[in-house]
Write a protein that binds this ligand. Structure first.
Ligand code: LIP
Length: 268
C-alpha cells in the first residue's frame, strides 16, 4: 500500500502498473485485434484491449491506493474530490494498435491537488519508457532528457495529429497548409503522448494538436515540460481541448504566433 503522495512514490507505482498494462496490450495484440465499437465517429474506434487494459490499471491502482480517483479514456470517472487523481489513456494511438503500427502507449499521470506531479508513457510495442516528476526532470530509461536546441522554425521538424471528425480534419489540414511552408517538415505519428515525449528528447523539435483530452497529454506534457519545453495552449490559455503546443522556448513563440494567426485553436 503506497501511502505517501510524494511524486517519486507515485511514479514508482505508475511505472509498475504501466508495465503490466503494456504486457496485457501486447498479449491481446498477439492474439489479434478487432474494433469492438466506435465512439465519437465511425473512425473513432475502441478495441477490447483498450477496455481490458483500463480495467487492469484501475484494479492495480485500487489495490495500492483505494482512496484515489481515476479519470480514464474508456470509463471516464475522476470527478470525486480526492487528493490524488490518476489520468489514464490505456492505449494512446488506438488506430495504430488496430493496424499493428508500433506507435502506441500506456499513458498514466498522477495529479495531486489538481497539479500533475508524476507521469509515465510506455510504448507497449517497443518497451520505450519516458518518465518525469515535477521538479525532478524527465528521463527515457536512465537517460535525462533535454528538448531540442533548434532556434530556427524553418529548420524545425514538427509533429501534429488530426481528429476523428472529417470537419475537424479539414480545418486542421487548412492550418497545416498555412504552416508547412514555414517549417522543415511534418510528422504524423498517431499518439499524442509519444509525440510529446519525442519533443522532450529532441527527436521532434516541436508538436501541436487540437482536440486532445487530458488523458492524451497529462503524462507526456509533464515529460516535455521537465525536459525544458513550454507546453501551453494558444493566446495565454493552458494546454487543453482547443490546443496543445509543446516546443523549446526558442521555437515556442514563433510557432505559437503562426498557429494563432492560422486560427489553429478555432474551427469545429
Ligand atoms: C489519439 C491521439 C492522437 C490523435 C488521434 C487520437 P487515441 O488518441 O493520441 O494524437 O491525433 O486523433 O485522439 O484516440 O488513440 O487515444
Amino acid at each position: 500500500m503506497v501511502t505517501m503522495d510524494n511524486p517519486a512514490e507515485l511514479l514508482a507505482l505508475a511505472v509498475s502498473v504501466a508495465r503490466s498494462a503494456s504486457d496485457l496490450a501486447n498479449r491481446m495484440r498477439a492474439a489479434g485485434v478487432d474494433a469492438v465499437a466506435t465512439k465519437s465517429t465511425a473512425t473513432d474506434v475502441v478495441t477490447a484491449a483498450d477496455r481490458a487494459v483500463e480495467q487492469l490499471v484501475r484494479d492495480e491502482l485500487h489495490k495500492s491506493r483505494p482512496g484515489d480517483a481515476v479519470l480514464g479514456e474508456e470509463y471516464g470517472g475522476g470527478q470525486d474530490q480526492t487528493a490524488v487523481r490518476w489520468i489514464l489513456d490505456p492505449i494512446d494511438g488506438t488506430v495504430n494498435y488496430l493496424y499493428d503500427l508500433p506507435q502506441y502507449a500506456v499513458s498514466l499521470a498522477a495529479e495531486v491537488d489538481g497539479v500533475v506531479v508524476a507521469g509515465v508513457v510506455r510504448n507497449a510495442a517497443t518497451g520505450r519508457e519516458w518518465t518525469a516528476t515535477r521538479g525532478g526532470g524527465a528521463f527515457c530509461g536512465p537517460r535525462r532528457l533535454r528538448a531540442s536546441t533548434e532556434t530556427d522554425l524553418g529548420q524545425a521538424l514538427v509533429g501534429t495529429g488530426f481528429g476523428y471528425a472529417a470537419e475537424r480534419r479539414r480545418h486542421q489540414a487548412r492550418v497545416l497548409g498555412g504552416l508547412i511552408g514555414h517549417i522543415r517538415d511534418i510528422r504524423r505519428l498517431g499518439a499524442a503522448s509519444i509525440d510529446l515525449c519525442l519533443v522532450a528528447e529532441g527527436t521532434l523539435d516541436a508538436y501541436y494538436e487540437k482536440g486532445l483530452n487530458p488523458w492524451d497529454h497529462a503524462a507526456g506534457g509533464l515529460v516535455a515540460a521537465e525536459a525544458g519545453a513550454l507546453v501551453t495552449g494558444l493566446d495565454g490559455n493552458p494546454p487543453g481541448l482547443d490546443m496543445v503546443v509543446a516546443a523549446p522556448p526558442s521555437l515556442h513563440q514563433p510557432l505559437h504566433d503562426l498557429l494563432s494567426k492560422l486560427d489553429a485553436a478555432g474551427g469545429p
